[in-house]
Unconditional design. Structure first.
Length: 411
């Protein structure tokens, strides 16, 4: 099933439909990378402890963990466009308020609301991808390229703003970046939400979460391919949360300015953008799930070795290799999940993935900050990385030995 989805050829999707979906993905998916240059540095500059930084950064994942499935169900029923626009503007409003709030509990509240707004924007982008573009490995590669291009250009801009125009300027860049999702979503044709007959107007009682939506979403995880990919992407997102939290803190502690930190993140994103275009030829000769497993392992290794690298050249090499792994894995992950979810549950499938990933993304900074408190920040990179690699190893063992999993991974 996964290999069939990745090998299908391009359909006749007009450029006016493709372009805004690519743009929505660019802004929504890269916001965390852009913010990862500014927010940890702001917290560290204000003297917040490593554990405190972990709690603040982890707070962005709480509301998505609780309510992503509810939001995804709404998008499946009424369409994603308007909900995406409202969500991205909410995130933009929260980000510009950060420098005005010196009280950590208030910062945590802002981070929670920002996290939910940006998460719902990204769920909508995935829903549009699944409905319009996921049938083609070519479109999947282009979509992933756009995601990585956002992470390529955004962090250096944020780092430059931090170095040159200060805290307010840097957070203004973050706010404008979040609002970019709303602008892009405005141009998505309404027919991209599917047949009008299958959609209805949003009602007030839709705001109340339904137990049936959560049940339907979790039933999607019964599909073996969905189950395997959900677990492996949890490991992948946990590794990304290291880069989005303590990676810039470590680099700043060894004397790197924010602009160079942004360059490292940009190099990773640039290589990810390039390698995302390799998916079609790679999956013609290799099994998609095994490619996903090996590239997930690589993405963990090349961030967890950071404290062992003693030169900018080595840091650049590790960032580039991590980017290669991330670029190949992302379109595979999105296409396999879209294929497993089916057309009527695309947003809920994306939300299920978001819910699982938020567990990893919220637990990882808090865990890493706590470990760093006792054994030091450098050791925490190695310890958390080893745990994540062990998880990937268990998934590989399951795929190799479980009959149902082996069946889903065969061409």
């Amino acid at each position: 099933m996964a290999q069939q989805a990745m090998k299908a050829g391009p359909g006749a999707v007009p450029a006016r439909t493709q372009a805004p979906i690519y743009a929505v993905g660019l802004f929504s998916n890269s916001l965390a990378d852009v913010a990862s240059v500014v927010l940890p540095l702001w917290l560290a500059t204000d003297g917040v402890s490593a554990a405190g930084i972990g709690f603040v950064l982890g707070a962005r994942h709480l509301l998505p963990f609780l309510f992503s499935i509810h939001g995804g169900a709404l998008m499946d029923r009424v369409g994603a466009r308007q909900l995406m626009m409202a969500s991205s503007l909410t995130s933009a409003a929260m980000l510009i308020l950060f420098p005005a709030v010196p009280w950590i509990p208030a910062v945590i509240v802002l981070q929670m609301l920002n996290g939910y707004g940006s998460s719902m924007s990204w769920i909508g982008a995935q829903a549009y991808f699944g409905r319009v573009l996921a049938h083609s490995a070519t479109y999947a590669g282009r979509f992933s390229f756009s995601l990585r291009f956002g992470s390529f250009i955004g962090p250096p801009v944020a780092g430059f703003a931090w170095d040159t125009i200060g805290v307010w300027g840097a957070f203004a860049v973050l706010s404008l970046w979040a609002a970019g999702t709303s602008v892009a979503a405005w141009f998505i044709p309404r027919e991209a939400d599917g047949p009008i007959a299958e959609r209805r107007a949003l009602k007030w009682n839709d705001m109340v979460p339904r137990a049936s939506d959560y049940r339907d979403a979790f039933q999607l995880a019964r599909d073996p391919a969905m189950k395997i990919v959900l677990v492996i992407t949890v490991m992948r997102i946990a590794a990304s949360s290291i880069q989005d939290s303590f990676y810039p803190v470590w680099l700043a502690s060894i004397g790197l300015p924010a602009t160079q930190i942004g360059v490292l993140i940009t190099v990773s994103s640039a290589l990810a953008a390039v390698s995302s275009l390799w998916v079609a030829p790679v999956t013609r000769v290799l099994n998609p799930l095994w490619v996903l497993i090996w590239t997930a392992a690589g993405s963990i290794i090349f961030v967890s070795v950071t404290p062992s690298l003693d030169s900018f050249a080595l840091l650049m090499t590790a960032a580039a290799l991590r980017g290669l792994c991330m670029g190949v894995s992302q379109p595979l992950m999105l296409s396999i999940l879209a294929d497993a979810a089916g057309p009527g549950f695309l947003a809920r499938g994306a939300a299920l993935r978001t819910t699982a990933n938020r567990v990893a993304a919220s637990v990882t900074p808090v865990t890493m900050g706590s470990v760093a408190h006792f054994v030091g920040l450098a050791a925490s990179f190695h310890i958390v990385g080893a745990i994540l690699l062990a998880g990937v190893g268990l998934v590989g063992f399951y795929v190799r030995t479980h009959p149902v999993a082996s069946e889903t991974t065969r061409e």
